[in-house]
Write a protein that binds this ligand. Structure first.
Ligand SMILES: [Zn+2]
Length: 60
């Protein structure tokens, strides 16, 4: 039986127990840390921005 607190991260797509929820969407602790630590000049940054945009479009 899957625990109720098990979420699926919208960034990496992996199920995770700990993380943050934004607008009902879940981001695991690892991805949260990655996003915070990623500099806007990093080439991974557009990926995170795109994933975050999924959250806002889901609530339009
Ligand atoms: Zn993640």
């Amino acid at each position: 039986m899957a625990p109720a607190y098990q979420h699926r991260c919208i960034v990496c797509g992996q199920p995770a127990q700990y993380g943050i929820a934004i607008c009902g969407q879940f981001i695991c602790r690892f991805c949260e840390h990655e996003m915070v630590a990623t500099d806007p000049s990093d080439r991974r940054y557009p990926f995170f921005v795109r994933q975050m945009r999924q959250i806002t479009t889901a609530f339009r």
